[in-house]
Design a binder for this molecule. Structure first.
Ligand SMILES: [Zn+2]
Length: 156
């Protein structure tokens, strides 16, 4: 019996308990999600002061301007902090265990919360170089995630 069926039986859960929260694209973040669907990591950049806001927001959180451009990020980052989840997560995420939740620093400025994939948790180190990968969900939403850079080393 697989994990889901076992949990349903033991805890009285239904398939609805395994539905993950989905990002809700908003008018001011739609371009980010459209970009991800095309395999591009887009960052909302203030047209007046150049500040990059992520997650994208209604206006620039630095100067308040509503004028912005979407610029493609390099797709690299540095691992700032991470947690290896092995238990104690909502039912919808049990099937993913163990998984890594992380904060990653982009050279463009933002610190992004995401997952580290395609790696063994014990090989992760703060400061290591990462590259973006795009994971397509069954419902078509594409989530940017990160994996250790093929070049290794740090972007220092
Ligand atoms: Zn600004």
């Amino acid at each position: 019996m697989n994990t889901r069926e076992t949990l349903k039986q033991r805890l009285g859960l239904t398939d609805a308990d395994f539905i993950k929260p989905v990002p809700q694209p908003m008018p001011w973040s739609q371009a980010f999600w459209d970009g991800a669907r095309e395999g591009r990591l887009l960052l909302k950049t203030c047209a007046d002061c150049g500040h990059v806001d992520h997650p994208p927001y209604l206006f620039c959180t630095e100067c308040g301007s509503e004028r912005s451009d979407w610029r493609q990020a390099q797709g690299i980052a540095t691992l700032a902090a991470f947690a290896v989840n092995t238990y104690g997560v909502p039912a919808a995420f049990v099937e993913d265990l163990p998984f890594v939740l992380a904060m990653v620093d982009l050279p463009e400025g933002p610190r992004m919360i995401s997952n580290i994939v395609d790696s063994e948790p014990n090989e992760l180190r703060n400061g290591m170089a990462l590259e973006v990968v795009f994971h397509t969900r069954d419902d078509g939403i594409v989530l940017p995630k990160w994996r250790p850079s093929k070049q290794r080393g740090s972007h220092g």
